[in-house]
Design a protein around this ligand. Structure first.
Ligand code: MN
Length: 426
């Protein structure tokens, strides 16, 4: 039995790109759809028995009709080819308000043959050409779905976190007991944060307190042949133990935090041992034709003719062709006026897909890559800061490269304080 596992398509994210004058489509959506087409084509070419999607189909919980129409076209292609598709709900797929519908609810209303959307924890048994497969489905576990407001009154956050994990574990125990014992393979599909996972930076996980951080040991059970994960945008296999806990990662690049990470999906082949136990025979990561994101940093401080040098070096850099690019030029204060940014912008825009930034930097130190949340510890540190402290931190960081910002920092902080007070957010 062979299946394809992909995740986090985030259709409708229009972060880096522009509206294509020919089609009217945003280029970021176009790029993501090209990746999705590649998924569908690979599923057909490799003759898979099942397509498993682990959540976050659209970027916005109330997506525009365009990404919805395009997502459905591709679901229907798979359906017409007889490939069953399971769509698991991610946090972006959950309705924003109580009583509202999820965008993907319509999948189960119109009944596309073989395609289903799962937004509450349950076991789903799917008939495939190679026999049945059982899917233990764990959509994104939100804090409010696990603990009520009344219940957690007076609890420390540590306790809330502990209880959330405990409830995920109990839920999983209950689901596993419901799986029919008929010898068919069992997969776990979950959209959640596994402890120890490395971030890509584009996940927009705002708070460790709104969702459980689940230890791998809670998910890893001998019954599962494979654990398919969504939520974290970086493709990774959690460790070497069996069954493998695999984040497919986002299908395309959302931002520069993912510049150096490969993007794609998995093709997994299952096999049964003579004793009847199902496991992974072969697992292959396929890279999607995602658009390259490229950061170029030019140090022009020792150049006699900085503008000429910039033009020459940018012209030679083939990585910029058709990329989503950002370009930082390091110059001395005296060189500032010698750089014609308008001219450079023109040159670059002829070649790049989208120019996200073109900036002069006069700091003496080399640039730091944009802040990327590197781990739980750092995230927790940030979560403990007030919005004003965070703004202060950010202004401090930026000021080292933008002296004009340093001069206005105190004033900006005062204004922010007034704003926060007025909106009662402090
Ligand atoms: Mn997610």
């Amino acid at each position: 039995m062979r299946f394809l596992h992909f995740s986090d398509t985030h259709l409708g994210a229009e972060i880096h790109g522009r509206r294509d004058p020919q089609t009217g489509y945003h280029t970021h959506l176009k790029d993501f759809l090209a990746c999705l087409d590649f998924v569908v084509q690979t599923a057909i070419d490799k003759d898979v028995d099942l397509v498993l999607f682990t959540g976050d189909a659209y970027h916005h919980p109330r997506p525009d009709p365009l990404p919805q129409r395009e997502f459905f076209k591709r679901l229907i292609t798979l359906s017409e080819r007889g490939v069953p598709v399971l769509l698991l709900a991610g946090n972006h797929d959950m309705p924003p308000g109580y009583g509202e519908a999820a965008a993907l609810d319509i999948v189960n209303v119109v009944k596309i043959p073989g395609v289903q959307f799962v937004r509450s924890p349950k076991v789903v048994s799917i008939p495939t050409r190679k026999g049945e497969v059982h899917l233990v489905c764990l959509p994104h576990p939100q804090r409010r779905a696990l603990i009520t407001v009344e219940e957690e009154r007076g609890w420390e956050e540590d306790k809330v976190q502990r209880v959330m994990v405990q409830r995920v574990e109990e839920l999983l125990n209950k689901l596993v007991r419901q799986v029919p014992a008929n010898g068919a393979p069992i997969l776990l599909a979950a959209h959640l944060w596994v402890e120890g996972a490395e971030f890509a930076g584009s996940e927009r996980i705002l708070s460790a307190t709104n969702e459980p951080i689940v230890p791998p040991s809670v998910l890893r059970r001998p019954q599962f042949a494979y654990v398919a994960l969504g939520h974290i945008h970086r493709h990774q296999v959690m460790d070497d133990l069996e069954p493998a806990l695999v984040y497919a990662g986002s299908l395309g690049r959302l931002d520069f935090g993912e510049e150096k990470h490969p993007k794609g999906f998995l093709l997994v082949e299952l096999e049964q041992t003579p004793k009847g136990k199902w496991g992974v025979k072969n697992r292959e990561f396929f890279q999607t034709p995602t658009r390259p994101f490229v950061t170029v940093e030019l140090d022009l401080r020792s150049a006699a003719e900085p503008m000429q040098e910039a033009e020459k070096q940018l012209k030679q850099d083939r990585r910029l062709d058709n990329a989503v690019a950002r370009v930082f030029l390091f110059v001395t204060e005296a060189q500032r006026d010698q750089i014609n940014l308008v001219r450079l912008r023109e040159l670059l825009e002829e070649r790049v897909n989208y120019l996200a930034a073109l900036e002069l930097r006069t700091g003496t130190t080399a640039t730091q890559p944009t802040a990327e949340v590197r781990g739980l510890e750092e995230l927790e540190h940030f979560l403990k800061q007030s919005p004003l402290q965070l703004l202060d931190l950010w202004l401090q960081e930026r000021s080292s490269q933008a002296p004009e910002l340093a001069q206005r920092k105190e004033q900006l902080l005062r204004l922010a304080e007034q704003l926060l007070e007025a909106s009662d957010l402090r």
